[in-house]
Design a protein around this ligand. Sequence first.
Ligand code: HEC
Ligand code: HEC
Ligand code: HEC
Ligand code: HEC
Ligand code: HEC
Length: 249
Amino acid sequence: MFSRQFDKAVKVGGAVAGATGAAIFLIVYFSMWNDNADVGYRPQQPVPFSHKMHVGTLQISCQYCHAGVESSAHSPIPSTQTCMNCHTLVKAESPKLKVVRESFESGQPIEWVRIHKLPDYAHFNHSRHIRAQIDCKSCHGPIEEMGVVSQFKPLSMGWCIDCHRKPESGIIGARPISGVFTGRMHNVKNLKDSAYIFTSIEAQIGKSTPMISPSYGQMISPLPAHVVAGIPHPKSAGIGPETCSTCHY
Ligand code: HEC
Ligand code: HEC
Ligand code: HEC
Ligand code: HEC
Ligand code: HEC
């Protein structure tokens, strides 16, 4: 009788331990598989373009090159023309810019390798996030310190939902270097040292357009009034959606 109970206890205990072990294994396995997906992905690009130099040192804002990010789903990679605004004068003979000059002459776009990419069944729209005053850095990390861009966050569903539930934990508020709210193309301060660069760049300043009356385009739900009013406090942006159909349709 004793031994039977003992026997049963061992069996139940063994089953519980086995199930717990399996559950832990699955949780760890799936969180690793999901949350580390593609973090650090850093492909070789056709031109040795450095964000660290252009943004970190020269203080050219994100918006100067990735223009339109506040009003469309995607954040476009700049055209060759944008590079040539400066590089017809700056480093005009550099071998590192050979591919850029060839692209400019032939009209064929440079074949940049795409780094951040969601699967087709998941939809992400930059504009809504940018207008909630969420800085690029919240999702892309310190791009201005990267000589070569690499993926900083997993872009997994768990990552999206985590921030939607607790925005205050994931959001870094809009910074001037992103250029979206200030409308500044760049901070010329650091370029004044070099007269010839400065002259070429100063010509661009007038084209800078701040976000005064944005059109809210393809958005699903109405923007909260405090976001429209532009209170520069991202934590007041409200929580993001968790309904399946906002990201999958
Ligand atoms: C002078 C132009 C320029 C500026 C300014 C600039 N970028 Fe870029 N960005 C590029 C180019 C060109 C690429 C494609 C090559 C590469 O990945 O380095 C790129 C790529 C990226 C990518 C990767 C895109 C992909 O394929 O997934 C991200 C993210 C990005 N930039 C964010 C930023 C942020 C954030 C800022 C401001 C802090 C910024 N960029 C400022 C030109 C620029
Ligand atoms: C809330 C998170 C988030 C913020 C904020 C954000 N991005 Fe992104 N970004 C993403 C995701 C997710 C993708 C992949 C989108 C896809 O595959 O459809 C992406 C893709 C990109 C790309 C590749 C081209 C594209 O649009 O697919 C560039 C360039 C880029 N982001 C630049 C920026 C810049 C510049 C800012 C700030 C002005 C910014 N991002 C702010 C999440 C973010
Ligand atoms: C607003 C002006 C400006 C724009 C726009 C710009 N650059 Fe530059 N870039 C510079 C300056 C200034 C330097 C030189 C910095 C130094 O070495 O003192 C430079 C340096 C470079 C270099 C290194 C050249 C060498 O010989 O060391 C490369 C490569 C480059 N840029 C690529 C690009 C590409 C690609 C684009 C377009 C996506 C671009 N740049 C857009 C201003 C600009
Ligand atoms: C850093 C925080 C953060 C991350 C990361 C983030 N979001 Fe959001 N998202 C928000 C906030 C905050 C809002 C609500 C914005 C507002 O109130 O206007 C939002 C709103 C949205 C909306 C609603 C747009 C609409 O038109 O109703 C969608 C869809 C969305 N996010 C998709 C995504 C997807 C997909 C990802 C992951 C690839 C993601 N988000 C990652 C913070 C985030
Ligand atoms: C905030 C945006 C968002 C919401 C809300 C959301 N998803 Fe997702 N979902 C994503 C993204 C982004 C991916 C792609 C993840 C990846 O590439 O690893 C994804 C992936 C998936 C996958 C593929 C398996 C996986 O984990 O990669 C399934 C299944 C899925 N979602 C179902 C759902 C269901 C069911 C709901 C509602 C309960 C939901 N999603 C709500 C953004 C979202």
